[in-house]
Design a protein around this ligand. Structure first.
Ligand SMILES: C[S@@+](CC[C@H](N)C(=O)[O-])C[C@H]1O[C@@H](n2cnc3c(N)ncnc32)[C@H](O)[C@@H]1O
Length: 378
């Protein structure tokens, strides 16, 4: 039976001494954004020069000093990541007026440069479009030319690899890779360079807190985890915040480690997990539901899906999806402060839908989803 472990350290990620060299398979994170006002105080308490530079409106030094704090975390990542591991960094640029000069602070470019300087290989990146309809979204001189500014409505997901391509040599590694595959139609959306989550429901709770703490949507780390890691791998988020990466790792059957300076956020994660974990199962049910809708569209278009997934029994587009499995979480327990352990139903699908329902024709998605959501340990 699959088991995973999730650790959160309430300490500064500039020193991740709890982690061995080459122990992490994937990094997913979103740091505090330099030059965005909500993070001034935190950067100021980490490096006291930040406050002085901001007061003196010395924008260049303020920007550099804030990035200097992040640089130390990026350096630690290089130490703890295995060769072949990916790092996905969600970051937005900042706009700000200092000394009466309105300017763009290109955080993504600064982070990208630092990663390549540290020896990471930069890979094609994702633009995350965060369109807003706010009435005050246009800044500057209104309808009068030569003084208005383009609205920033996107953030970046920078993608890096440490060292050369990861290898899958042993039989176990190859099997795990096949079981961790994703659907053909997911590949077509996930590996596009423009993401827009409009219309995709959050799988997590506490929406207002998420906004206040600059949390990213659950779907973001959940997708990236499925794209760049295998079941049983360890995912690190050095700026864990409300624990969205932890939740995504739990749902996807990966281990995780997080670092966070603000200990009150950890309490919230514990409460969330204690109350209800059905949203973690729902993340996988949604993937199945979407796949079944895809099958329907193919059937309507008379497009034949030639292969069959051996775990669920439904048709799939390619042979690579044949052995794909999904991990359905059974329970999570906080075994020590900041350490959670999760166990998963290996054969949840058989228990949920019954062996008699294992053919694609009789597969009842609604029942499967209902059963999986309300599934309790016997
Ligand atoms: C943008 S938020 C991350 C939000 C997170 N992705 C989520 O979904 O909740 C950045 C977080 O990094 C934390 N932080 C800032 N500097 C840190 C450091 N040096 N070490 C650890 N955590 C830090 C902040 O307290 C904040 O919670």
């Amino acid at each position: 039976m699959l088991k995973t472990e999730h650790k959160i350290f309430c300490s500064d990620a500039r020193d991740m001494n709890h982690l061995d060299d080459q122990s992490i398979d994937l990094v997913i994170t979103s740091p505090p954004y330099p030059m965005v006002e909500m993070w001034d105080e935190q950067f100021g308490s980490t490096d006291s020069r930040v406050k002085d530079y901001l007061e003196a409106a010395d924008c260049h030094r303020a920007f550099e000093t804030m990035h200097g704090v992040l640089d130390q975390v990026w350096k630690e990542l290089h130490r703890v990541m295995r060769d072949g591991a990916f790092a996905c960094i969600n970051i937005g640029d900042a706009v700000r007026t200092l000394n009466k000069r309105f300017q763009l602070y290109p955080n993504h470019a600064r982070v990208l440069n630092k990663f390549t300087e540290l020896g990471f290989d930069a890979l094609p990146l994702i633009l995350w479009r965060k369109q807003t309809n706010a009435p005050n979204k246009f800044m500057g001189s209104g309808m009068l030319p030569a003084g208005a500014y383009v609205t920033l409505e996107h953030e970046y997901i920078l993608i890096f690899r440490k060292g050369t391509k990861r290898e899958f040599k042993t039989r176990t590694q190859k099997k795990s890779r096949m079981e961790s595959s994703y659907f053909w139609e997911e590949r077509n959306t996930w590996f596009s360079d423009l993401w827009d989550f409009k219309g995709i429901k959050q799988n997590t709770k506490n929406d207002s807190l998420r906004k206040r703490s600059a949390a990213y949507p659950f779907i973001l780390p959940f997708r990236l985890i499925n794209m760049y890691s295998l079941s049983g791998d360890t995912v690190l988020d050095p700026f864990i915040g409300t624990g969205t990466t932890t939740l995504a790792a739990l749902a996807a059957g990966r281990n995780s480690v997080g670092y966070e300076l603000d200990s009150s956020l950890l309490q919230l994660l514990s409460e969330n997990l204690e109350q209800d974990i059905s949203f973690l199962r729902k993340a996988n049910c949604d993937r199945i539901k979407n796949h079944l809708e895809f099958i329907n569209r193919c059937e309507e278009g008379n497009k034949e899906l030639k292969h069959r997934n051996s775990f669920f029994g439904f048709p799939v587009m390619t042979l690579q999806e044949k052995d794909m499995k999904l991990s359905f979480i059974e329970k999570v327990a906080e075994i020590e402060k900041g350490i959670f352990q999760a166990s998963y139903y290996d054969d949840a699908y058989i228990k949920c839908i019954g062996p008699e329902n294992l053919t694609a024709d009789s597969f009842d998605p609604e029942r499967f989803i209902q059963n999986a959501l309300s599934f309790d340990s016997e």
